[in-house]
Design a protein around this ligand. Structure first.
Ligand SMILES: NC(=O)c1ccc[n+]([C@@H]2O[C@H](COP(=O)([O-])OP(=O)(O)OC[C@H]3O[C@@H](n4cnc5c(N)ncnc54)[C@H](O)[C@@H]3O)[C@@H](O)[C@H]2O)c1
Ligand SMILES: O=c1ccn([C@@H]2O[C@H](COP(=O)(O)OP(=O)(O)O[C@H]3O[C@H](CO)[C@@H](O)[C@H](O)[C@H]3O)[C@@H](O)[C@H]2O)c(=O)[nH]1
Length: 437
């Protein structure tokens, strides 16, 4: 089938590449010329394990194309996926300016009847707005059908999630379009839920908000455990064994970040407000997360009240492992607070350091290795559970640091091991060990 994908961020690029991998002819379209040039050369603008190789193969086999021209991108296409960003506006709602621009450009360049499939996360009712916008800007009379097809991939495992996701959701009021879009995904052999437009749009927000709720819930319980001498890991294990609860997304830590949970929970709140319905659970989830993102600084100040000229080695900057994405990464708030409190911050991330420069205070010094980041520091802070950080030998913390004190925002190490290596080790929702050092 001939497909156009508009917007080549994580979702658009991974969708385009994966659809070409299954034999479709795909043209990915982006207004960012530099990105398009780099993608034409087989270089992905995002870090995603396995993506470059798959991209290059499909370009070579003439199934995957890149353009910045709507005329070229839409020529002969039966299906147009919209995957542009829908970031958070100042008032918390989803900012639809990129989507609106894409709709107007589609309308101006459309050359045949198309099914427009929205992959971007958009408020309930937006697909109807997409149809109206395109139809009202078209100069010729083509038939436009709209289908909602929200995306559930995670950054860092995006290709795996695309081919092995739990479900594909397709919503439309138009049965024929539903059937045709189902066929695009035929070879994926995944469960497909077909539903109405508005429910499909809501499923995306509901899923993200529920996962965010699980995280804020376990973080709140973790804070209680700390005060009562219980261990949140043991508690989560016991809860997760109940299949009604499930063991996933019960890892306590420095709160959720990234380009989706923070903005989508806020957008859901705003959707509620638009119909005068107060989403009090979602509000609490957001408030709990805001506090949780700063909790490691509170903990540091409890043990080291004066941070003036203290040297701090920060391990991990990305909002989670296997991505270079720094959008809403908890490390941003933590490093800003450390710097504002007078500390000198030295930071390491295997791949996010370049993006981090855009978000972090200018005073942050970037290091190339864990060893280098820990050398002569007054203490260490762990912000991302990268494999190389979790596998870093505990005795090296003791050898490299000036004082063997570690604040771990991701519970990377078992308590007994940290203690046996002579560390003063503070983590989340678990008792601190090595306090007698
Ligand atoms: N990032 C994720 O893991 C993820 C997962 C599921 C759903 N989503 C949703 O998917 C959407 C896209 O997210 P993302 O992180 O991939 O976005 P992004 O912000 O990383 O990328 C968006 C891309 O769209 C391009 N663009 C903007 N306006 C355009 C236009 N008028 N025409 C063509 N291209 C245009 C930009 O240049 C950019 O390359 C959002 O709604 C997001 O909520 C994201
Ligand atoms: O038990 C957990 C699980 C996750 N997190 C944090 O939650 C955030 C989000 O993690 P994850 O969901 O793995 O990453 P994303 O790539 O943001 O993916 C989420 O957001 C996407 C965009 O909407 C959705 O498509 C995915 O289904 C959804 O998982 C990160 O900061 C994680 O560190 C925790 O703190 N504890």
């Amino acid at each position: 089938m001939k497909i156009s994908v508009i917007g080549t961020g994580y979702v658009g690029l991974v969708t385009g590449v994966c659809l070409s991998e299954t034999g479709h002819e795909v043209t990915c379209l982006d207004i960012d010329e530099k990105k398009v040039q780099s993608m034409r050369n087989g270089i992905s603008p995002i870090y995603e394990p396995g993506l470059d190789e798959m991209m290059k193969r499909n370009i070579e086999e003439n199934r995957l194309f890149f353009t910045s021209s709507y005329e070229e991108g839409l020529a002969d296409k039966e299906f147009v996926f919209i995957a542009v960003g829908t970031p958070q506006s100042k008032d918390g709602s989803a900012d639809l300016q990129y989507l609106n621009n894409a709709c107007r450009s589609i309308a101006e360049s459309i050359q045949n009847d198309v099914i427009v499939i929205t992959k971007s996360t958009v408020p309930v009712g937006t697909n109807e707005h997409v149809k109206r916008t395109i139809e009202s800007h078209m100069s010729r009379d083509f038939s436009i059908s709209v289908v909602s097809n929200p995306e559930f991939l995670r950054e860092g495992s995006a290709i795996h999630d695309t081919f092995h996701g739990d479900r594909i959701v397709i919503g439309s009021e138009d049965e024929e379009s539903l059937e045709r879009v189902k066929k695009i995904y035929q070879s994926f052999e995944l469960p497909i839920l077909t539903t109405d437009l508005r429910s499909a749009e809501m499923i995306k927000y509901a899923s993200n908000a529920f996962l965010a709720t699980k995280i804020s819930f376990i973080n709140e319980l973790g804070n209680l455990c700390e005060r009562l001498g219980a261990n949140i890991e043991n508690v989560a294990k016991g809860m997760g064994m109940d299949q009604r609860i499930g063991s996933k997304f019960l890892n306590a830590g420095v709160g959720y970040g990234g380009s989706c949970f923070p903005k989508d929970t806020n957008a859901l709140l705003s959707i509620g407000n638009s119909v005068e319905y107060n989403m009090s659970i979602i509000q609490s989830v957001i408030d709990t997360n805001e506090k949780q993102q700063r909790i490691i600084v509170d903990k540091i100040k409890q043990f080291i009240p004066d941070l003036t000229n203290k040297k701090v080695g920060v391990l991990g900057l990305a909002f989670k492992p296997n991505t270079d994405d720094m959008r809403d990464a908890p490390s941003i708030k933590v490093i800003r607070e450390l710097v504002d409190s007078g500390a000198d911050v030295y930071a390491y991330d295997p791949i996010a350091a370049e993006n981090a420069r855009i978000y972090l205070p200018g005073a942050t010094v970037y290091r190339e290795s864990i060893d280098e980041t820990l050398q002569d520091m007054d203490f260490a802070v762990i912000m991302t559970d990268w494999k190389q950080i979790k596998e870093y030998p505990l005795d090296q913390f003791r050898t490299q640091l000036k004082n063997p004190v570690v604040f771990d925002g991701r519970n990377c190490f078992p308590l007994a091991e940290a203690a046996s290596h002579g560390l003063q080790y503070h983590s989340i929702g678990r008792p601190s060990v090595g306090l007698d050092l």
